[in-house]
Design a protein around this ligand. Structure first.
Ligand code: GTP
Ligand code: MG
Length: 220
């Protein structure tokens, strides 16, 4: 048991070092970096598609996509007209900072204003891995149940931003939005909270405005 803890701590310490390097280079380039985390299918890639429609080409965007298998998400974003690089973890349930370093070195993106890192779909493993991002975003779709923030508290505590997705489905599901808002406020006092639908466009403007504000603040 002691050994297990020790190995985990060493892995996380190595990750912290790589994340610090990434953060320095993002700072030097003035790139805002957003790490998106949610269960599979909550709508991360779809939110990015809507975000690209709203913010490109005014802002230069790029994406790194983490998945166990397939290039599908990177292909979806390339179809939207932005550079995107797929990382295949071959089974690992999170991205680590070294993988992001390697992917960025290989991809050689042109300079970008905002880099999105879409993590492997789940609310658990990605929580402890810093990728040099400016902030984490935890997404929760209304079909997943209103108890999820308290059941997966670490991610909702670490994410500065919570995005509720698929709000267009609210009339069809039992999802107590105010209960979720209250849980998130307890786990992350003062965090940002958005209610969005990539289908109707609800909340997309406010989410994109946050990205613009944060980019401006980073460069101020
Ligand atoms: N009704 C509705 N469906 C949505 C919305 N956003 C995404 N979806 C659907 O949800 C499914 C999953 O969306 P993705 O964007 O691929 O989800 P993801 O989080 O990127 O999934 P992984 O990358 O596999 O973890 C797709 O069928 C989308 O069309 C939304 O706002 N409303
Ligand atoms: Mg996806």
């Amino acid at each position: 048991m002691g050994d297990t803890v020790d190995v985990r701590q060493r892995i996380l310490a190595a990750n912290e070092a790589a994340a610090a390097e990434l953060r320095r280079s993002f700072q030097a380039q003035g790139t805002l970096v957003v790490n998106l985390i949610s269960s599979p299918g909550s709508g991360k890639t779809t939110l990015l598609e809507r975000t690209v429609e709203r913010l490109a080409p005014g802002l230069r965007l790029a994406a790194v996509e983490g998945d166990i298998a397939t290039e599908r998400d990177a292909e979806r974003l390339r179809r939207m007209g932005i550079p995107a690089r797929q990382i295949l973890t071959g089974g690992a349930c999170h991205l680590d900072a070294r993988q992001v370093q390697t992917a960025l070195a290989e991809a050689a993106f042109p300079p970008v204003d905002v880099l999105f890192i879409e993590n492997v779909g789940n609310l658990i493993c990605p929580t402890s891995y810093d990728l040099g991002e400016d902030f984490k975003v935890a997404l929760l779709s209304v079909t997943e149940g209103a108890d999820k923030p308290f059941k997966y508290p670490a991610i909702f505590a670490r994410a500065e931003v919570a995005v509720i997705t698929k709000a267009d489905l609210l009339p069809h599901v039992d999802f107590d939005l105010e209960a979720v808002r209250a849980q998130v406020a307890i786990l992350r006092p003062g965090g940002e909270f958005f209610v969005t639908s990539s289908r109707t466009g609800e909340g997309i403007e406010a989410w994109c405005a946050l990205l613009e504000r944060r980019l401006e603040a980073k460069r101020a």
